[in-house]
Design a protein. Structure first.
Length: 647
């Protein structure tokens, strides 16, 4: 017998016992009855019994109409219903409880209480883990944080009959964001088949994204502009169009600048929207500002108003609210010192989450002394505060203070993760010149790393790279990537940004002279996660060409890359190498025809491919002249072979 059925039987028995006690009272005839005397003839007995029987039914009907009778009757009906439908009722109660927790979680998220939002959502998921209600809530939670974990949740949700066209559209957009083009195409095709949705601006905007992925930029911009201009379009369609404008292939630098200027205008018009589109517009502006080419586009604009709008935005998290000050640094480079002073004055007395983000922002901009003025005020608030404080102390060279706080942990210092305490302690002892076994210290750190969060692992790896411990950093970055692979024993979810950080760090930490075969898996893994990243695609094909040779599938991709990046020597080099490896040296030579290339400033690896092409078409003297300008010690072994003169 299942536990639920056993509890149902117990409940039934208890209710029946209570009903029995209650029913004995109305069946008793407590009213005075004129009993017959002993002298009454015996034939009067039957009349008496009939009178009692009639009175019994009359009293039962009378009792049944009373308040108590109605309550008991309803209880019996509920009991019978519960006995027959116990499982359904039990599931209904669970779903109701999960729904309340989801609603409370969403309310906490709107109030920017992200810790409570996650805790409530997790409780709802434990109660009802495989229902559309909780899958949708969890998917949207991860979607709002830009995490790839939302995709499998949406995939599961879309397999249920309760999935809506809105769920399908959200999943499709997320698939584009994370480069899962096969899913995006599939879900977009399903939306197109829905007559009520296929003409909506949202679907047209998704079609614009697909056109961009396929390199059809004129079509992508036309579709994006039409979607954004539709009277029923929301902020999402305008955001997508702005992003297309920033990425669009342009014929000239002036045309590209014009498109990006239009994108900035759209983002500025959206940033005051109180919903999520406004918050994302602010974050997109900040990302755009970090591009060196954006400085000219921001010059002369009233970015002060933008920063104030970001500060007031109700849906913006503390970190991007603070990061909006990057706009001032880019737009007014001559006033940097004043900007930092104004920043410190603004956030000195701000709410604790914003003050923490501000202290971290100052550390990132190499202003540790200012950061200390914020972090010292609230030293014992949390371990995050303590970590920011230690960063600032380390940047100012106060290693004795760092070591003292680590050796006498109290308050937030005691709550700091052990692996971070170990890293800071090792660095402090190194800077203070104390003698200790550094290799043993790193062994201890690596033993602590597996039990840490993704964020702490990344912090340790990035810190190790920062202080010159490249080998140690590479081990942790590699561990993170391995743990994120499907089928890993203890699989961890890495966001898009975290995966990019790991792959790019591993590529940076691999020596430029390492064999191409060692670097190839990293670039192919990066392309698998980011298939639209042209530079990574080109480098992956280049490494594959010098290690294993050409494949027919490369031809169309290289042609597309070269068409979009005609002036970039890296793409021209890979295309020429493909033709050379395919036995078409004349075609390889034509790749360079008509272009004025300054070979004195070109990378040696590009020169090596050019030398191989010149040799192959019989231009031996030109090949020899260019070969003499190359430092072979800076090449990979496979590239050195390209320099070998062919008879």
């Amino acid at each position: 017998m299942k536990p639920l059925e056993f509890h149902v039987l117990l409940t039934q028995a208890g209710v029946l016992r209570w009903l029995g006690r209650r029913l004995r009272f109305p069946f008793q005839n407590k009213a005075p009855v004129n009993k017959p005397s002993s002298s009454t003839p015996s034939d009067a007995t039957s009349d008496y019994e009939l009178e009692v029987e009639l009175r019994w039914w009359q009293r039962f009907v009378q009792w049944l109409r009373s308040r108590t009778g109605i309550i008991v009757a309803v209880a019996v009906l509920l009991l019978v219903g519960f006995g027959w439908n116990g499982q359904a009722i039990y599931k209904g109660v669970k779903l109701w409880r999960a729904g309340r927790l989801v609603a409370q979680s969403e309310k906490a998220g709107r109030a920017n209480n992200y810790a409570e939002q996650f805790a409530l959502l997790r409780r709802a998921f434990v109660i009802a883990p495989s229902t559309p209600l909780t899958m949708r809530a969890a998917a949207r939670y991860h979607e709002s944080r830009g995490e790839a974990a939302a995709l499998p949740l949406y995939e599961s949700l879309l397999a249920t009959p309760e999935a809506t066209p809105e769920d399908l559209a959200r999943a499709c957009r997320l698939a584009f964001t994370f480069g899962r083009i096969e899913f995006a195409k599939k879900w977009l095709a399903e939306l197109r088949r829905d007559d009520a949705w296929n003409k909506k601006p949202l679907v047209i905007s998704l079609e614009a994204q697909l056109a961009a992925v396929e390199g059809k930029w004129p079509q992508a911009l036309d579709l994006g502009r039409n979607a954004a201009a539709d009277p029923s379009a929301g902020g999402e369609e305008k955001l997508v169009f702005a992003m297309l404008l920033t990425r669009a292939d342009a014929a000239s630098a002036a045309e590209r600048g014009k498109l990006r200027g239009e994108a900035i205008d759209i983002l500025v018009s959206l940033m005051n929207a109180p919903d999520d589109s406004g918050a994302r517009a602010v974050m997109s502006l900040v990302s755009l500002a970090r591009d060196p080419a954006a400085a000219a586009l921001l010059a002369g604009r009233d970015v002060t108003a933008w920063v104030e709008a970001a500060t007031r935005h109700p849906s913006l998290a503390p970190q991007p609210r603070v990061a909006a000050w990057d706009l001032l640094l880019v737009a007014r480079p001559a006033d940097r010192d004043q900007t930092f002073s104004d920043f410190l004055a603004k956030w000195r007395d701000g709410p604790l989450p914003e003050r923490l983000a501000a202290a971290r922002w100052l550390n990132q901009h190499n202003k540790p002394a200012m950061s200390l003025q914020l972090s010292e005020l609230q030293l014992d608030v949390s371990s995050d505060w303590f970590l920011v404080h230690l960063d600032a102390l380390a940047a100012t060279g106060r290693w004795d203070a760092v070591l003292e706080k680590l050796q006498n942990p109290a308050g937030s210092a005691a709550a700091m993760p052990a692996v971070l305490r170990a890293v800071f302690s090792m660095r402090a002892r190194t800077e203070l010149g104390q003698k200790f076994d550094k290799s043993e210290a790193w062994r201890d750190i690596h033993l602590l790393v597996p039990g840490e969060t993704v964020q702490n692992k990344l912090y340790v790896a990035q810190y190790a790279e920062k202080v010159g411990e490249g080998r140690q950093a590479a081990l942790i970055f590699r561990r993170l990537l391995d743990e994120a692979r499907p089928g890993a024993k203890f699989q961890m979810d890495l966001s898009k940004e975290e995966k990019f950080a790991c792959y790019s760090a591993m590529i940076r930490l691999t020596p430029g002279t390492a064999p191409a075969a060692e670097l190839l898996p990293l670039f192919e893994g990066l392309v698998e996660e980011f298939p639209d990243m042209a530079e990574a695609v080109n480098d992956a094909i280049y490494l594959r060409l010098i290690t294993e040779g050409p494949a027919e599938s490369m031809r169309a991709r290289l042609r597309d890359l070269l068409e979009k990046n005609r002036a970039v020597l890296a793409y021209r080099t890979t295309a020429a190498l493909y033709e050379l490896r395919s036995g078409n040296p004349a075609g390889a030579a034509q790749i360079y025809d008509g272009w004025q290339i300054d070979w004195t400033t070109a990378q040696d690896r590009f020169k090596a491919v050019r030398v191989a092409v010149l040799d192959a078409v019989g231009k031996k003297d030109d090949a020899k002249t260019l070969r003499e300008t190359i430092d072979a010690k800076r090449l990979r072994p496979e590239e050195v072979k390209l320099l070998e003169a062919k008879p």
